[in-house]
Design a protein around this ligand. Sequence first.
Ligand code: GTP
Ligand code: MG
Length: 202
Amino acid sequence: HLVKSAEFVKSSPKESDCPKDGLPEFALVGRSNVGKSSLINVLVNRKELAQTSKKPGKTQLINHYRINRNWYLVDLPGYGFAKAPTAVRTGWNEFTKGYFLNRKTLVAVLLLVDGSITPQKIDLDCADWLGRNKIPVTVVFTKCDRRKKQKNGGKPSEENVRDFEKQLQDSFDQCPPWIMTSSTTGQGKDELLHHVARLRDY
Ligand code: GTP
Ligand code: MG
């Protein structure tokens, strides 16, 4: 099995409070409710390591999970949560941007994007910002199981992926790699773990 151990280490309000042991890390970012915490639980085979919720805005701190005692998965607050208190909403930019720009051990951002809907402006803006700041990104499409439920009018995930890719051409020197996943079916889980292992060993 690819993940032998997983433990929650700490929640940090800002970059300077994050663990200082120098282990490489991968940060999950994405719109509130896109499925970040669910994906963490699937990756580590645990039902409730990361707290999930039907109500968006559950994750409000930088949460470090140590995997196999030698790398971190980091759960960040979701963006675009309109109902969050203003301080929380605007705080996202301040402290997460500080985290992205200053965290030396950050290997790549795993940008979670809902694969069951057409590309959203806020996701494209986030990807654009990361790209222009030269922060390595892997796009992880979530909820790809949902395309089967869509009838006429619903776009299949593949089409949404191509749309998203096309709209990001100017933001990155090289188009970021992407992986299609579902926390419901486990689709893409091993692919993502292998991908992370490759980036880590680089
Ligand atoms: P915040 O912490 O609020 O930013 O949300 P989050 O991104 O951590 O989302 P979370 O994992 O809590 O999931 C939000 C909702 O989406 C929950 O009701 C999940 O059950 C559902 N969900 C997550 N992943 C999937 C998926 O792959 N497929 C389907 N169908 N539903 C999913
Ligand atoms: Mg969460």
